[in-house]
Design a binder for this molecule. Structure first.
Ligand SMILES: C[S@@+](CC[C@H](N)C(=O)[O-])C[C@H]1O[C@@H](n2cnc3c(N)ncnc32)[C@H](O)[C@@H]1O
Length: 221
């Protein structure tokens, strides 16, 4: 049983219509600016060993993984089939509304690294999902939850739409720790705006990430 962190009120959102309707039309756009995406791809290069089985949860037509690195498998999930079909990094994918059913159709201990980019902010049942990710991840595996400071406001539950960036980091970490994850890193970093404004110190989308690990199994004594 997942350890609940949110109250019922914190799960409410302004637009309570089925999320599938909101994502019915494909959006072949970038949700995050180039500097954010570059920072994310760098993090993936540092953190995800080649050959890993990667799960890109709440994905779209892009996964932001470094092009030069090959992985054992990249499994995608999202709400729009056309976007997932167009994503060149995915070996396979499925469509599922996680606010209706947070159970993942993946075997236990089958994934090395899971990614959620600009997606956690729409979760109304983050605790059972975090528990499911824990179940599917191999001991020693990782979960990277990245986001910036924007959202589809009406689709974000109150826990997110009413919180600050700092609140978001603390909230994601709290939910993960409650399901047994260990927090191995938290990143809060500015990114530069595109040149020439970036040369003058203007900022791009801020980069936030919670990095969690599934503790390695203890050796039998
Ligand atoms: C802002 S997009 C980010 C997509 C992608 N990760 C990226 O980096 O471009 C948010 C994504 O969250 C997913 N999503 C939103 N609500 C969802 C829900 N209720 N169930 C499953 N996925 C959902 C959709 O797949 C949508 O593409």
């Amino acid at each position: 049983m997942a350890q609940l962190v949110l109250s019922d009120d914190q799960r409410k959102k302004l637009d309570s219509a089925d999320d599938k309707l909101f994502y019915a039309e494909p959006r072949f756009v970038q949700h995050l600016d180039a500097a954010f995406r570059q920072r994310l791809t760098e993090l993936y290069r540092e953190r995800i060993p080649p050959g890993s089985v990667v799960l890109d949860l709440m994905s779209s037509w892009v996964s932001h993984l470094p092009e030069q690195i090959s992985y054992g498998e990249v499994i995608g999930h999202g709400l729009n089939e056309a976007e997932l079909r167009a994503n060149p990094r995915l070996n396979r994918y499925w469509v599922q509304n996680l606010n209706v059913d947070p159970r993942l159709p993946l075997p236990q201990d089958s994934v090395d690294v899971s990614l959620i980019v600009a997606g956690w902010q729409y979760l109304q049942q983050p605790e059972p999902l975090a528990e499911e990710l824990f179940r599917c991840t191999r001991a020693g595996g990782q979960l990277l939850v990245a986001f910036s400071n924007r959202m589809f406001f009406t689709k974000a539950p109150l826990i997110w739409s009413e919180g600050s960036d700092r609140d978001h980091l603390a909230y994601v970490a709290e939910v993960l720790v409650a399901q047994g994850w260990t927090i191995s890193g938290v990143i809060a970093a500015d990114t530069p705006a595109p040149a020439p404004l970036g040369w003058l110190g203007a900022k791009g989308d801020p980069f936030f990430c919670v990095i969690a690990a599934k503790p390695a199994a203890k050796a039998a004594s």
